[in-house]
Design a protein around this ligand. Structure first.
Ligand code: GLU
Length: 507
């Protein structure tokens, strides 16, 4: 059996959008699942759209998500180079081959002439004006000019393009792994430019030549490339590569949270979530776009989110590590219809992975992250600390809010004080101190003793609990109070209560 080889083929025209990362992920999973190769190719034939830094961004994103290609511009491979601009010399012979076999032709039309053609067709109410079988014989190309004239023009260095000669009224069919049979009549296609006047191939030609030369077996890419697929099918046919043609799988669109249209950068800005894996600074405008990494998302959470945008395991299982995804992933379970992006779900994943960080394996990484945030915590206290904070935390940053578990408060939540510190508060706290002096500092025991004390002395919950919390933690809200007290210990908790009374009495 032929070895599975798939490629992720981004163009370095800006930061990688989430959709692009999802394409990379599905390629990666498919390769791993089938014992194949995941390859990265940079498609930079359109030099006018090249953005400096975009390629590094792609590499850094894949590194962050641990999707490391086995062959790429950065680590080479047997089928390199892996940047199309460095493969420039390879493409021309295939364009020439197509001209010789009559499947392509030279076109000398100037931009003005093309524009005039479009105007003419628009005036004649042609639905979508394009350079095709009905139009090409009215244009300036090697099908309408004499052989001599063509030669003279080519020799004089006049700019020209090479176009695919799409036949009239033929059916182009292919079996998409996700969509099933796709059929298009060639009358709906145009004579795509294969080779540009700047000496570079277009995406269509370069993509097909490279997939062939790199022995790609499956092309897994976004739905936006579906309209290009018939052109690609014709190219495989005309270049005589039909037998080794890769199989196609066009992934569904990622939709806006409300399901109305494709998710764009603007939606992210408007709704307050990133659409990029990493932060990106536009080299021209200096504008900064936020990234999942910088917002505090774990790569695991981002991967989990992306996996479920289009794929589902057909079970209730929602949490998937990369190795579990590799195990369970299949293209057959990728749907055709667009998938709505839900940032709350992404947050939920993050919360789940954060909770998981207490494990021996990931504990040290979290400890380091917390230390970086300026939290001074000892290793042996970490599991209890995380246990307390995790219910309310989505990001590592939220964990830092538990600073009061390590340092006594220096101020008290003013709202709680204004509302709850009354004339009898001091007495209540003093009676609680007496109670705690003789209670075992274990959460449930404390809880029971506290409830019993309130009942016996007819003290309302609302008169005692908020005051207890604010004096011990400085906060109006937080995790279970008795668990906090157990964490702090008797001496610490009581000291904080005494200190609090003193401070409040002295204003
Ligand atoms: N260079 C194309 C892109 O930017 C690749 C499309 C394909 O995978 O064929 O997405």
């Amino acid at each position: 059996m032929t070895k599975v080889r798939v490629r992720f083929a981004p163009s370095p025209t800006g930061p990688l959008h989430m959709g692009g990362v999802r394409t990379a992920l599905f390629n990666f999973l498919f390769a791993k699942k089938n014992g194949g190769d995941f390859i990265l190719r940079i498609e930079d034939t359109d030099q006018t759209r090249y953005v400096p830094g975009a390629e590094d961004y792609i590499k850094e994103s894949l590194d962050w998500l641990s999707m490391i290609p086995v062959e790429s511009p950065w680590n080479g491979g047997d089928y390199g180079p892996y940047r199309q601009s460095e493969r420039k010399h390879l493409y021309r012979e295939y364009a020439d081959q197509l001209i010789e076999s009559g499947h392509a032709y030279y076109a000398f039309d100037t931009p003005d002439e093309l524009e005039a053609m479009r105007d003419r067709l628009t005036k004649a109410k042609v639905p979508s004006p394009q350079y095709n079988a009905s139009v090409r014989m009215t244009m300036k190309n090697s099908l309408t000019l004499s052989a001599d004239e063509v030669r003279t023009r080519l020799d004089s260095g006049e700019p020209y393009t090479i176009r695919l000669k799409v036949p009239r009224n033929e059916e182009v069919r292919f079996n998409d792994m996700i969509r099933g049979w796709v059929q298009v009549n060639t009358n709906a296609m145009d004579d795509k430019v294969l080779f540009k006047s700047d000496g570079m191939p277009t995406y269509h030609l370069a993509n097909i030549v490279d997939d062939h030369l790199m022995k790609i077996t499956h092309v897994i890419r976004g739905e936006e490339w579906l309209p290009s697929a018939p052109t690609h099918i014709l190219l495989y046919q005309y270049l005589g590569w039909e037998d080794s043609r890769p199989q196609f799988a066009h992934l569904p669109l990622i939709l806006r949270p409300d399901g109305n249209g494709k998710l764009s950068k603007r939606d992210g800005d408007r709704l307050g979530f990133p659409v990029f894996p990493l932060e990106w600074k536009d080299p021209k405008t200096g504008e900064i776009s936020s990234g999942y990494r910088e917002k505090g998302y774990f790569p695991e959470a981002f991967i989990n989110t992306l996996a479920f945008l289009g794929w589902n395991p057909g079970t209730d299982k929602e949490l998937y590590t990369m190795s579990e995804l590799i195990e369970d992933f299949s293209i057959e379970r990728v749907g055709k219809s667009g998938s709505k992006f839900d940032v709350d779900k992404t947050k939920w994943y993050n919360q789940q992975y954060l909770r998981d960080k207490t494990t021996e394996q990931s504990g040290p990484a979290l400890l380091e992250a917390l230390t970086q945030e300026g939290l001074n915590i000892e290793q042996d206290k970490l599991p209890a600390y995380i246990d307390l904070m995790k219910e309310r935390a989505t990001f590592v940053e939220d964990m830092v809010e538990g600073r009061y578990l390590l340092e006594a408060p220096v101020s008290y939540d003013q709202k709680t004080i204004n509302k709850k510190w009354k004339a009898d508060s001091e007495g209540i706290v003093l009676s609680l101190i007496d109670l705690f002096e003789t209670t075992d500092f274990e959460a449930e025991t404390l809880h029971a003793a506290f409830m019993n004390h309130l009942e016996k002395n007819e003290i309302g919950m609302g008169a005692a609990m908020p005051i207890l919390r604010v004096l011990i933690t400085g906060q109006g809200f937080g995790p279970n109070m008795f668990e906090i007290m157990e964490f702090l210990g008797k001496e610490n908790s009581i000291n904080r209560l005494r200190k609090g009374i003193e401070r409040l009495k002295n204003g």
